[in-house]
Design a binder for this molecule. Structure first.
Ligand code: NFS
Ligand code: SF4
Length: 662
């Protein structure tokens, strides 16, 4: 049945250009997308679920609790605050579990690589040695692969560690922050244990005190941020290369009319990296040519996309909200998926076309998809089998539409090491120039825009916030689908300097970097923790993350992972602003998150619905920190003196350079 779409009247708030272009084509008439479902059903608002006070943790319920009404507590007596805290904590546990299971797979792949199995190798030896140091592993006079194997095995053992030793990476945090965690008794131990303990404590009749529940939620989230996610980022960098600045393209226009289009969707880059190698294999290319295609065009979707964008410059076709639109072009031969953020509707949309959805992970199967298991011990063979299936579909391609103009240039690859190098120069890699520019006021502060997009708010929200921030001299760090959205908006590009305030523009111009730095996927938010720590260690901006004029937002969060990230940011001392939190039905708990957490962590959650309001809150949070540091007045000074210019690096590095390892 054709779906009725009359401009924006016919569906929910579609604002993205390429999405509109695709959906209003004839070939997309029969395609039912999330926009249509939101329009038909409406977005739930004000229900018990969205206010956090519905409990179904036992069979005496479900209980819908109304705060302040005596006979509307749970059958067991649970109050609104307890129920909302339990629900919120379980969201954090689920998000942490997702990052942790992802990290575990990366560690297992890393161990295979260290053993010499498969097509990958240890690419960043410096980083290997530095991480080995964090784990107390000897590196002198040892073979690279020996060090890697010992590191991999030590890392794998940490997930399930049963004693009370904190995760190794925690000692990378500023000393003062480590003391905060110790005092609160929330240093994360084995992450698997933290997730299990969180699930136990939120079971019926266990932890019934919202503050105590949130202590474990912080511990669990910190285990994710400083444990699992950081481990995943670091080992992935060591294996596939630490990202360096490179040009690439994003948006649906990256699909190619005359090639076999294969999109890689999900999160674990082992599969995507193997596909990148297999797509260059001569036998595979011969097969593609025999099928009449000029080659194989790999493109990313969601965070897998960000992983290969950062390290290989492979284009990203779509973020989370565009996964159905990519298929609705009719131009994709196969969408290969692994785990997380894959909408079940992709199988239904693909059913309208010749496209195969190929699941590759035993943990994530889907009706209507075909399954080709990705075998970790023979990744290349699995990747080739997947590509052969896609090539077989090329001849079956019917009518298709690629929005060719929707193809945006981006400059990506801003790992913490790259920022260090670009600002400080090859011989003086350091955050000193960044700190100095914050102190002298050219840069007002740092704003992280991270997380998902969803169908509740306009997908322009990221762009609006980023524009407001850079206009006010706030340097933006972006990850995840937010970074993809900012790429589509043309802001992840040195040309976006024209939208920046004079101070930020001057710094970005001098170093040749965009005002919005793409730092990678969602697990790469751990890069932001490291960057913040380096800023603290560099000096002049206080002695803890909570002193920095830095703030984060995940305005369009969708996934439970985003809440885990929010909580580890807050517990690490960074303020965050979200568009909504499912806790509003519980007054004390809501106030605890939005105000009282400050007393424990030096940071708290904030909520604002409107993107302009979010940006305003972020700038206000930055200014408050500047005030506390006593550097607010110096914002008037704008001119560079010669010495400052020299300090910025006498040899400015332009975007597209080879970066640190070159
Ligand atoms: Ni992050 Fe990445 Fe995107 Fe959200 Fe999903 S892909 S891990 S969770 S939707 S940013
Ligand atoms: Fe109701 Fe308590 Fe059971 Fe929850 S745990 S469903 S509040 S009785």
């Amino acid at each position: 049945m054709a779906i009725k779409r009359n401009g924006c009247e016919g569906c929910a708030d579609i604002t993205c250009g390429s999405t509109k272009e695709v959906l209003f084509q004839d070939i997309a008439k029969g395609v039912n997308t999330a926009y249509d479902r939101v329009k038909a059903r409406g977005v739930s608002a004000g229900l018990f679920g969205s206010t956090g006070t519905c409990c179904r943790h036992c069979n005496m319920g479900p209980c819908q609790i109304i705060d302040g009404v005596d006979d509307m507590i749970g059958v067991c007596g649970a109050t609104a605050d307890t129920v909302a805290a339990r629900n919120f904590a379980r969201i954090i546990a689920a998000g942490s579990a997702a990052h942790t299971d992802h990290a575990r797979e990366m560690v297992k792949g890393f161990i295979e690589t260290a053993k010499g199995n498969g097509p990958h190798e240890i690419k960043d030896v410096d980083k290997l040695k530095s991480l080995a140091g964090v784990f107390g592993i000897e590196t002198e006079d040892r073979e690279v692969n020996d060090i890697a194997l010992e590191l991999g095995e030590a890392a794998l053992a940490e997930f399930g560690r049963q004693d009370d030793t904190p995760v190794s990476m925690l000692k990378r945090a500023p000393k003062k922050r480590q003391a905060v965690w110790k005092k609160l008794g929330i240093e994360p131990r084995g992450v698997d244990r933290e997730v299990v303990e969180m699930m136990h404590r939120t079971h019926m009749g266990v932890d019934q005190e919202y503050k105590n529940i949130m202590l474990q939620a912080s511990r669990c989230a910190l285990g994710d941020g400083w444990g699992s996610s950081m481990l995943s980022t670091e080992l992935t960098d060591i294996m596939f290369g630490t990202p360096v600045p490179r040009r690439a393209i994003v948006d649906l226009g990256v699909l190619k009319a005359d090639q076999v289009n294969v999109t890689v969707h999900g999160h674990e880059p082992l599969l995507a990296e193997s596909l990148c190698i297999a797509a260059q294999d001569e036998d595979i290319l011969v097969l593609a040519k025999k099928a009449g295609a000029k080659g194989i065009n790999l493109a990313g979707v969601c965070c897998t996309g960000n992983e290969i964008l950062m390290r290989r410059g492979i284009p990203v076709a779509a973020g989370f909200i565009q996964q159905e639109m990519a298929l609705a072009t009719g131009a994709i031969e196969a969408m290969v998926v692994d785990v997380q953020c894959i909408m079940q509707s992709v199988a239904q949309v693909a059913g309208n076309f010749h496209t195969d959805i190929i699941t590759t992970n035993y943990r994530a199967k889907m009706e209507g998809a075909i399954h080709i298991q990705f075998e970790e011990d023979s990744p290349l063979e699995s990747a080739k089998a997947i590509l052969k299936k896609a090539i077989g579909n090329y001849k079956k391609r019917g009518k298709f539409f690629i929005p060719e103009k929707s193809k945006l240039d981006v400059v990506v690859g801003f790992s913490h090491e790259t920022i260090n190098y670009m600002l400080g120069g090859r011989f003086r890699s350091s955050y000193r120039p960044l700190n100095d520019n914050i102190i002298n006021g050219r840069i007002r502060g740092v704003g992280a825009i991270v997380g998902c997009d969803n169908f509740k708010l306009t997908d322009e929200a990221h762009e609006i916030i980023a524009r407001e921030l850079i206009r006010n001299d706030v340097l933006v760090l972006a990850t995840g689908c937010a970074a993809t959205a900012l790429g589509r908006a043309g802001l992840v590009n040195p040309e976006a300097i024209k939208h920046a305030g004079p101070g930020l523009a001057e710094v970005c111009e001098t170093v040749g970097m965009p005002p919005v730095l793409h730092m990678g996927s969602c697990v790469d938010n751990s890069r932001i923790l490291i960057a913040a720590t380096e800023m603290v260690k560099e000096g002049g901006l206080g002695d803890d993350i909570s002193d920095l004029p830095a703030v984060g937002t995940a305005p369009l969060w969708m996934s439970e992972k985003a809440v885990a990230i929010g909580q580890y940011f807050v517990a690490s001392g960074a303020q965050v602003v979200f568009q909504s939190l499912p806790v509003t039905g519980a007054k004390k708990f809501n106030k605890y998150l939005l105000e009282d957490m400050m007393g424990e962590y030096g940071a708290h959650w904030n909520v604002a619905e409107d993107p302009y309001e979010i940006a305003k809150m972020m700038i206000a949070a930055i200014d408050a920190k500047r005030e506390a540091l006593g550097i607010n007045k110096q914002r008037e000074r704008v001119l560079f003196d010669m010495e400052m210019r020299r300090d910025m690096g006498s040899n400015p590095v332009g975007a597209g350079c080879a970066g640190p390892g070159a």
